[in-house]
Design a protein around this ligand. Sequence first.
Ligand code: GAL
Ligand code: CA
Length: 338
Amino acid sequence: MKKYVVVLAALCLAVFAVSAFAASDDPIGACIYKYDDTFMTNVRRAMLAEAEKLGETLDVVDSQNRQPLQNDQVDAHISKGVKALVINPVDRTAAEPLMNKAKAEMLPIVFINREPYEEVMKAYDKIWYVGAKAEESGTQSGQIIADYFKANPGADKNKDGKIQYIMIRGEQGHQDATLRTEYSTKAMKDAGFEIVELGNDTANWDKVQATDKMKGFISAVGIDNIEAVLANNDDMALGAIEALKAEGYNLGDAAKYIPVVGVDATAPALEAMSKGELLGTVLNDADNQGFAAVKIAALAGDEKPVTEESIGYKITDGKYIWIPYQPVTVENYKEFMK
Ligand code: GAL
Ligand code: CA
């Protein structure tokens, strides 16, 4: 009898375990705004790794920076019978029609990296957003510059007590571009510095465009007058550094150095930090953003509850997963190298 009870209990446990963890065979459908983006490539890798770990099939496609193409890709995912969607919109204002497509099919939809407007987030109960608070990264990058000026009074080259800087922004309309620009300048001011903007333009997150823009700024204002460069991401920071290097700056001569900060902590940025070309960056945690998005899609796609316990991340207002940023400086950058 006793033996029978034990066997039965074991059987129940096994059935429970299988039903709790078994994934439905339907894939998760995902779209990335474009594959030619360093940070989003890291997010995509993390998504694929998590899917593999969970035994899920992740069908991910390149939206090639074209919203109409992405709309068609979402339709294709839906007609293939995906159980959930993970979408990195090309244009954050296009989230609404995509949400409506998902809603019509009662499919869970997880937006990443480009935050839908609040009314879109409120209009459906199977919608989530995984991202990071851009304000944080702006503040942290501004603080890195302010700390540098405090530690190195010589950085104020014209000795006017102010920081003369260049701002290179990400894509127009992207919450990360707007907020990083605003909060990085605010952080320098909050640290007690007067700031003077010598130039400000978008380079669309892109390294080559940033090199061009920086070359333009150098010829417009003169390299001797530039005391700092703030870029909304690392690719653009590295692009700006190319332009500085072409003038003999940031190549190791302490007299010819301009502090540059970015955001993301990509591998090439950490490499540039190790060479002393880039002052600092901010970790935009691609791994945890990718892991969280796929965990939610997998659970919601199998009609299982999405809770802080089930996904292992904090959930705000039932729908938002905010992955924290971290400042990356010369003191700690090695910890982030993979
Ligand atoms: C930002 C990131 C950029 C770029 C952009 C794409 O969060 O810092 O490098 O990847 O997302 O939307
Ligand atoms: Ca100055």
